[in-house]
Ligand binder design. Structure first.
Ligand SMILES: [Zn+2]
Length: 318
């Protein structure tokens, strides 16, 4: 027997030549298929909203939930084309919605693998948010901690960025074509090298007195958070590579500008795999502690050495 509360509704606007009914049918059909194939628990899912304006739709929900209007972040590697939001403080009150751009929904109706994987990634988030809530207790909607809260930042990046993206993409990864996976593999290495190079440039500017620390730190925390999210997704692609060892090596090649990230990426992949090999219920009290240590190593690889005394954060930069 499978639990199948398909979303209560699909809200669809602006899908061009496709009828809203055809799109809704394709989305519901895909959800049915994924629930069977990947055993997802989508109990909290209530709505899939298809829209021409993802940012506006996200802000509508942010306002409704009393959250800051953050819109959607633009991912340079272009992987994230949908958005999910989960809230609620108990098994019964847990709710999730998914917002999809109209062109992604139209492409799902045409069976395009990348679009299909996009929705499955968001469904993966719904499943993972709910499973973590059941295991770790449901907490209020997680927004990024204050920039001075170093332990909070590390746990947030470890759990809400790295793990969350890894878990969702681990479910989606099997739905990409080999060509798409190969192109991710090329992009992920250059994304890491690109972010690292830009971080080093901002550090240089800071050391030359061209920018102040506050702007260096806030920009770098954003960039490193995005980088860890992408490394989480990259780690999820590895089991689908023809040769996993080689694929992992290509993520940080010996001639890469980001070669100092090599051991960080190795540990990151190992920690994520260890967590995923266990059922959520077997995780223990502090499952993301070791992953948060890897986040610290990542900041150090970029040139940031934070010291936190419980009140104040002091960051050495070099
Ligand atoms: Zn995601």
């Amino acid at each position: 027997m499978r639990t199948r509360p398909a979303p209560a509704s699909c809200s669809i606007s602006g899908t061009g030549e496709h009828s809203p009914e055809a799109i809704a049918q394709a989305l519901v059909g895909l959800i049915d298929r994924v629930q069977t194939e990947s055993h997802l628990n989508l109990q909290p899912l209530r709505l899939i909203q298809v829209t021409a304006n993802l940012g506006e739709a996200a802000n509508f929900w942010n306002r409704a939930l009393g959250l800051p209007e953050t819109g959607v972040s633009q991912q340079p590697e272009g992987v994230v084309a949908g958005k999910h939001m989960s809230w609620g403080t108990s098994k019964e009150s847990a709710r999730s919605i998914i917002i999809l751009p109209d062109y992604v929904a139209a492409a799902i109706a045409l069976d395009a693998p990348a679009a299909t994987a996009t929705l499955i990634h968001e469904l993966g988030h719904v499943h993972d948010d709910f499973a973590r809530g059941l295991t770790r207790g449901f907490r209020p909607y997680q927004t990024p901690p204050h920039l001075n809260d170093w332990p909070g930042l590390c746990s947030y990046i470890a759990e809400e960025m790295t793990w969350s993206e890894y878990a969702a993409e681990s479910i989606a990864a099997g739905y990409y074509t080999p060509e798409e996976l190969a192109s991710f593999e090329r992009n992920d290495g250059s994304h890491l090298a690109g972010v690292h190079t830009r971080l080093r440039q901002s550090i240089c500017k800071f050391l030359q007195g061209q920018v102040d620390f506050a702007s260096l730190w806030s920009g770098s925390v954003t960039n490193l958070s995005d980088l860890f999210a992408n490394l989480g997704r990259a780690a999820a692609h590895l089991p689908f590579a023809e040769n996993q060892g080689e694929a992992r090596g290509r993520l940080v090649s010996p001639d890469s500008e980001a070669v100092c990230w090599r051991s960080v990426v190795e540990r990151l992949v190992g920690e994520l795999r260890t967590l995923r090999e266990k059922d959520y219920s077997e995780w223990g009290p502090a499952p993301f502690g070791r992953l948060a240590e890897v986040v610290v190593l990542g900041f150090e690889a970029a040139g940031f050495f934070p010291a936190y005394n419980g009140n104040n954060l002091h960051v050495k930069v070099r």
